[in-house]
Design a protein around this ligand. Structure first.
Ligand SMILES: C[S@@+](CC[C@H](N)C(=O)[O-])C[C@H]1O[C@@H](n2cnc3c(N)ncnc32)[C@H](O)[C@@H]1O
Length: 294
């Protein structure tokens, strides 16, 4: 069945990505999180004629949407379903050596949050899934029902930056002994019962972030891909990364600063204009950092 292409998909910080990556004809471009193909669709015409784009994504459904959106570019596009952590293998397999630009637009896409079946959001009821790659074994349900109290407390503290991490982990461990968790709203409601809401943020928000990061090993994969991106770039080539929370941004900032062959192009993180945020509220937390290989 043909995937439905979301026409209203707005790629985050598109103008800024384009400005900093400066794509030109004959360029080799890797989009490690090609997603719905939004950034790729805008960048591809600028590398033609002669250029090519390698698009990688863990999510088969998103990749199918990207395939349709980018079909008019024919053989200038290669799409691969895998983690960007394996970027080097795929780059070499498809003759992407001495690459001009690499883009990573981290995290989830609108499709993930809007589809209750994917289990990323507690706004609608769905299974506790949260996998980008649905062929992966570990799900949020397994984490919530099987991980130890210590492991849960650790991910809530480290990945959710949740002050009540241990208290919430204890509540989960005690509740799951009676009835294992199977749905997003069941988990969110239990957390809401034990934690008072402070401000407008639902008390389950940080816990859901922590679970998503743990299920997809988001920080581990980011740490693994960064040195490989540097190896793949040619001198003068640029790496642009859009992140959505401080844990990712810290890893990127420190890596850019500490790597001897990188020059930081964006001294401060580039953020979305008020106009963009009005049109696309998710852009509010986006931070773009760009480095050049020297
Ligand atoms: C914010 S979306 C990218 C949107 C894309 N830039 C566009 O304009 O359509 C992030 C994408 O990264 C994918 N993703 C997350 N972690 C990944 C990983 N480790 N490897 C490959 N893809 C990943 C998700 O499946 C999602 O499609």
């Amino acid at each position: 069945m043909e995937a439905v292409i979301p026409m209203d998909h707005i790629p985050v910080l598109l103008g800024e990505v384009s400005e900093y990556l400066k794509p030109e004809p004959n360029n080799l471009l890797i989009d490690g999180t090609v997603g719905l193909g939004g950034h790729a669709q805008a960048l591809l015409p600028r590398v033609l004629p002669g250029g090519r784009l390698l698009g990688i994504d863990k999510d088969a459904d998103n990749l199918e949407i990207a395939r349709q959106r980018l079909s008019r570019f024919g053989e200038s596009v290669v799409l691969v379903r895998d983690s960007y952590a394996n970027i080097k293998t795929h780059a070499h397999a498809h003759q992407f050596h001495s690459v001009d630009s690499i883009l990573l637009d981290l995290g989830f896409s609108s499709v993930h949050v809007d589809d209750p079946e994917r289990g990323f959001s507690f706004r609608q009821d769905g299974p506790l899934d949260m996998r980008y790659d649905r062929s992966q074994e570990i799900t949020a349900e397994m984490v919530v029902n099987e991980w130890s109290l210590e492991e849960l407390a650790r991910i809530f503290r480290q990945y959710g930056e949740e002050k009540k991490a241990r208290q919430i982990a204890e509540a989960i461990v005690s509740a799951r002994a009676q009835t294992p968790f199977s749905s997003t709203t069941q988990l969110a409601a239990m957390i809401a019962q034990t934690q008072r809401q402070r401000g407008r943020i639902h008390p389950a928000t940080k816990i859901f972030q922590a679970l998503r990061i743990a299920v997809n090993d988001e920080l581990g994969e980011l740490e693994r891909v960064l040195p490989d991106c540097v190896d793949l770039l040619q001198v003068g080539g640029r790496l642009a990364i859009i992140s959505f929370h401080s844990l990712e941004d810290r890893i990127i900032k420190q890596f850019f600063k500490s790597h001897s062959v990188l020059k930081v192009v964006s001294k401060r993180p580039i953020t979305a204009s008020q106009e963009e945020v009005k049109k696309n509220p998710r852009a509010r937390s986006a931070k773009l950092r760009v480095a050049e290989k020297i």
